[in-house]
Design a protein around this ligand. Structure first.
Ligand SMILES: *Cc1c(COP(=O)(O)O)cnc(C)c1O
Length: 384
């Protein structure tokens, strides 16, 4: 073990892999049994750590893993030479050859991409599986829906491509069920114009976590979902109907008390002295700051758990440390005591959603903003 791995931790994230596995099984059980589970693990598995997360999701029964790009796919290829992988992002021309080399499924949004991937597959003497993406109102990747039948034909005619899926992505599944229903309808009407389409031979998918709330039953041609946030135990919005699935948080975020001291009333706290103590106070300097992923936007707003109680953040969050008010605690904390930034301590809990609201952001950004120096500690690995 390296010296740095033996040192006591100052700020770390705990990743509960058994909770991740239970979440996948619960989400699966809430869906009709023919629905395939595409586990979305882009951006280092939403900051949870790609290899560990991907390994557990494969073990737990995911049907396919979706990544943002080829670099992420290579990390999973070191775990498995043949597990089905879908690249969600736009592949760059100088990356085309790796689709064939690593046996990845590519997203296709244009005739140009289809021609490029066909040429790359021919050069490698392989067939590249592709998912045709249709833009039904997100304005990002995908072919605009009225050009989709043309691209569908081009893919069917390409000798070295195999149409392995067709999908679309919702723009506001978490806030606008009407627009989501429109996108869903447009997608289905577009597919109805595809000649000779056999949905049983490919994945037809649209729903992300929030989409699962309004997903239709067994009648539609949909046969797969793409789940990111929910499998990490986080709801896409506070009133989500998906609360019924009862997933558990996988991620928690921890620091320690570095120093405790008393300060007189009137003292200005931290850079810019944006907070002034209204009374004589006991403060704790904790060992985490924005250099770890505790957003500066939560200055004077957020809180942490110390001794099982909420202690407000005083003044600006600094790069490596943050000052919190511990005056109200029944017993003074001591240097080295544990601090929870996200997660449970005693009977209280700070959720990723609450932590994100203090930072004026969304859970997706919070999770992917935990920085590199924060060790991910894996709880409940397999075999324990
Ligand atoms: C990230 C992503 C998902 C997963 O979204 P969640 O809201 O995290 O479930 C699904 N599909 C695409 C195309 C994505 O980029």
């Amino acid at each position: 073990m390296t010296l740095s791995a033996q040192l006591p931790r100052r700020c770390w994230a705990e990743i509960d892999l058994a909770a991740l596995e239970r979440n996948l099984r619960l989400i699966r059980a809430s869906l009709p049994s023919h629905i395939r589970y595409v586990a979305v693990v882009k951006a280092d598995a939403y900051g949870h750590g790609l290899p560990q997360t991907a390994a557990r999701l494969m073990h737990a029964g995911a049907d396919l893993l979706a990544v943002a790009n080829i670099a992420e796919a290579t990390i999973i290829r070191e775990l498995s030479a043949d597990f089905p992988l879908l690249v969600l992002g736009a592949t760059l021309p100088d990356e085309d050859r790796y689709l064939a080399e690593l046996e990845l499924a590519a997203t296709v949004s244009s005739a140009d991409e289809a021609a490029r991937f066909d040429a790359a597959a021919r050069a490698a003497g392989k067939i590249i599986p592709v998912h045709l993406k249709i833009d039904t109102g997100m304005g990002r990747l995908g072919v605009w829906f009225d050009r989709a039948p043309e691209l569908y034909r081009a893919i069917r005619e390409a000798r070295h491509l195999r149409l392995a899926g067709i999908y679309t992505h919702f723009a506001s599944a978490d806030e606008d069920p009407e627009f989501t229903a429109e996108q869903r309808g447009l997608f289905l009407r577009t597919l109805a114009n595809f000649k000779g389409l056999d949905p049983a031979r490919m994945l037809i998918h649209a729903d992300n976590s929030a989409g699962l709330e309004t997903a239709p039953g067994e009648d539609a041609p949909f046969n797969a979902v793409r789940v990111g946030l929910l499998q990490f135990g986080i709801l896409p919005h506070p009133h989500s109907l998906l609360a019924r699935v009862r997933t558990e948080p996988v991620f928690s975020f921890h620091a320690r008390v570095g120093l405790v001291k008393e300060l007189p009333a009137g003292t200005g706290i931290s850079y810019g002295r944006t907070h002034r103590l209204g009374r004589r106070s006991r403060v704790a300097v904790i060992t985490a700051g924005y250099g770890d992923g505790l957003s500066r936007a939560s200055s004077n707003r957020g809180a942490v758990l110390v001794g099982g109680r909420r202690c407000p953040i005083l003044g600006r969050v600094c790069m490596d440390q943050t000052i919190v008010d511990v005056t109200g605690l029944p017993a003074s904390p001591r240097a080295g005591d544990p601090v929870v930034l996200v997660g449970r301590q005693g009977t209280d809990e700070i959720t990723v959603a609450e932590f994100s609201a203090w930072a004026d952001t969304v859970p997706w950004e919070t999770l992917t903003s935990v920085t590199k120096r924060v060790a991910r500690v894996y709880r409940t690995p397999l075999g324990l």
